[in-house]
Write a protein that binds this ligand. Sequence first.
Ligand SMILES: Nc1ncnc2c1ncn2[C@@H]1O[C@H](COP(=O)(O)OP(=O)(O)OP(=O)(O)O)[C@@H](O)[C@H]1O
Ligand SMILES: [Mg+2]
Length: 253
Amino acid sequence: MRSDEVRSQITEARSQNCGQDPAVQARSLTRTYRRGAEKIKALKGIDLDIKCGEFVGVVGHSGAGKTTLLNLIGLMDRPTEGKLGVLGTDVTRRAVRLDALRRKNIGFVFQEFYLMPTLTATENVLLPTMWGKARDMTGSGSAIVDRVPSRDRAKKLLDLVGLGHRMTHKPSELSGGEMQRVAVARALVNSPRLLLADEPTGNLDTATRDGVFSLLLALNRDSGLTVIVATHDLGLESRFTRVVRLEDGAIVK
Ligand SMILES: Nc1ncnc2c1ncn2[C@@H]1O[C@H](COP(=O)(O)OP(=O)(O)OP(=O)(O)O)[C@@H](O)[C@H]1O
Ligand SMILES: [Mg+2]
């Protein structure tokens, strides 16, 4: 499989998803954390619509609620109140299995990369597919098993992020920017319909930051993948197609 085929798979995943459904539809979305007697209102009833194919920056100062919002959209957490639709599914319904929906549809990139230090770049990219393999070995059968990507796909994804020549390198043998590119390739391995990145350039110098950011932009532009990036880097704001500004748990215009 060539890189352009990988790109077209991402485009296909997006078109399957993009019928009439918005990528994100939040109404009065609230997340309150409790620490003992203390209540912290991290999101205070936000309304937000993100269409498929958008490249959205979630910006705001430290503590504004960016990570909280991404964790809700990324189905890592449930809201305290309000409604949240992600890719056409009302994920506030208790019956919805967030982990299955997340694995199938959402790719995540984090500031800290979270690569496994003992694994090569290829193995790190394939890591999210291991769940399907484990189910296969138990003989329980799963649709996910049918689409367990091969090492060949890992190679093409590494090519796509400009790291085809680093397949057998371990994280300690890669630069920060290269590690983040591996993390982007890993986030794409299950052909997600939504890519979320929380401060993806926070640990990188300016030149490397621009390279990683351009990669996310290219994925959105060339494949139409919906990408949402949380950042407090003011230098990146002008490059999003839309900016959602959070202040103290609320969206400000
Ligand atoms: N698990 C938690 N328990 C209690 N409070 C939390 C928890 N996670 C976040 N908070 C609080 O919620 C608020 C929003 O935090 P959040 O991490 O969403 O901010 P952020 O905009 O991502 O900040 P940063 O730019 O520093 O990453 C902050 O006041 C934070 O202290
Ligand atoms: Mg954060």
